[in-house]
Design a protein around this ligand. Structure first.
Ligand code: HEM
Length: 426
């Protein structure tokens, strides 16, 4: 397997052909220029002239001050495995979704190099180790369940091998409820960087964006949050910004159902075995008009109680909804156009796995809030689309929600140490 690192672009755009690590180059350059008034902090901005200085390779270990890392900070999720990390995992408190557009340098060979760079640094950072040429290595030491999940958009697969692209890897059909904005839609490559610590995400994202900037430029970024790790009883369902328990009727992690729903026994391309599909929709939630709705109206819209999350026909969150139950007046207790009535799937293998994150920006006069709705499923045509079509046709929740972004990605399987994510496509 060729060593892509030999031709790895340094983060300042200069090729690191010499085999010296960029960290050593910069450390040496900064030291060399220190007397001339350029401090170590200026190292990152050093230009070509400084990098050209003759620098002796050194075996001195990187003097990282590791500090005190404890509790959730020290929790590590391995980057390697049969499946990519960050999917069958209790969602972390924060997640950043970074979608990229490929540059002309990202031909088949370029994409391969880029995926190796991502794998290399993602494996280090998620293990709590600095990236290869980390400019702030101290920021890497508390990963707090940092994961990096890589997704391929249609153009990336086409550039590598267009015959390998499954038909579903394309923009979704348009729905009447959509008000999609370019700035939240599409993408050739996705990096989802999630952690219980937003600082770990900021650092890892920055390292990864720099790693691949020769091959891909950032198209959009969406930052989402959930309740903090430890804020709720483990396994408890979280609340979204409408105050609803969101995730009740989701497949349980590490269950047979999860394996069927997400990893599937697919008939699709061989390279996606162990992978899945990812639909990301940015859905605005109008909190101001939702505020105007009385509590029972809110419960009718979803078909569940706000306090317990129980269906309107039950008392406990996990009680099965009874869609046939009638009130004394003969009306359905759960409206047939309530969200759960429209979203429910009879065949459990045709479910989707939802892993959403909230976003919220409030000003004195407006509120820009909603859900970065993420759904994993082995086959989006058989699983996601029928649900989305039903909801687009009629769903009480549509009164307060509007899809404003949409993207579809293929999630390749995981890889073993020494390999790289997406290698099966090659
Ligand atoms: C802002 C938009 C949305 C909000 C606030 C929302 C909220 C909720 C809530 C509170 C529940 C009930 C609790 C639960 O089972 O998780 C639910 C259920 C569900 N939602 Fe959504 N949802 C949204 C969009 C969507 C979309 C776009 C889809 C799929 C295309 C979807 C699919 C489902 C499914 C499959 C269920 C489970 C239904 C069942 O079997 O009971 N939701 N949603």
């Amino acid at each position: 397997m060729p060593d892509d690192r030999a031709t790895r672009p340094s983060h300042d755009g200069l090729s690191n052909q010499s085999g010296l690590s960029r960290r050593r180059l910069l450390a040496g350059a900064a030291a060399g220029l220190g007397a001339a008034g350029v401090g170590a902090a200026g190292g990152y901005a050093l230009g070509a002239a400084s990098v050209a200085l003759p620098i002796e390779p050194t075996t001195t270990p990187n003097p990282v001050a590791f500090g005190d890392v404890a509790g959730i900070g020290s929790a590590v999720v391995s980057f390697f495995g049969d499946h990519q990390a960050g999917i069958e995992l209790e969602p972390q408190a924060h997640s950043s979704f970074l979608a990229f557009t490929l540059t002309p340098a990202a031909d088949r060979a370029g994409i391969r190099r880029m995926l190796r760079l991502i794998t290399d640094d993602a494996a280090r950072l998620t293990a709590g180790r600095p990236a290869l040429a980390d400019t702030e290595p101290e920021l890497a030491v508390a990963p707090a369940r940092l994961t990096v999940t890589v997704g391929f958009g249609p153009a990336l697969v086409d550039r590598v091998d267009s015959s390998a692209r499954p038909a579903w890897l394309a923009p979704l059909e348009s729905f009447a409820i959509d008000r999609l904005e370019e700035r939240w839609s599409g993408g050739d490559l996705l990096l989802e960087v999630a952690s219980d610590d937003a600082l770990a995400i900021a650092h890892a994202s920055r390292m990864l964006v720099k790693d691949i900037r020769r091959y891909a430029t950032l198209r959009w970024r969406q930052d989402g949050f959930r309740q903090a790790a430890g804020a709720l009883t483990p396994g408890a369902t979280q609340r979204n910004l409408f105050g609803q328990l969101d995730g009740t009727a989701n497949s349980f992690l590490n269950s047979d159902e999860f394996a069927r729903v997400v990893w599937g026994t697919r008939t699709g391309p061989e390279w996606l075995v162990g992978g899945t599909s990812y639909v990301l929709r940015r859905i605005a939630m109008n909190l101001n008009t939702w505020d105007e709705l009385a509590r029972d109206g809110r419960e009718q819209a979803i078909g569940r109680r706000l306090d317990s999350g129980a269906p309107l026909t039950g008392t406990l969150e996990q009680d099965a909804p009874d869609f046939g139950a009638l009130t004394a007046l003969g009306l359905p207790v759960i409206s047939p156009i309530a969200h759960i009535a429209r979203a429910r799937v009879a065949d459990p293998t045709q479910r989707i796995f939802r892993r959403g994150y909230n976003y919220e920006f409030t000003s004195s006069t407006t509120v820009d809030a909603g859900l970065i709705f993420g759904a994993f499923q082995a086959d989006p045509v058989a699983q996601f689309l029928p649900i989305q079509r039903r909801l687009a046709e009629v769903d009480l929740m549509n009164i307060w929600t509007t899809p404003i972004g949409s993207a579809v990605f293929a999630i390749p399987p995981g890889c073993a140490e020494g390999g790289f994510v997406g290698e099966t496509l090659f």
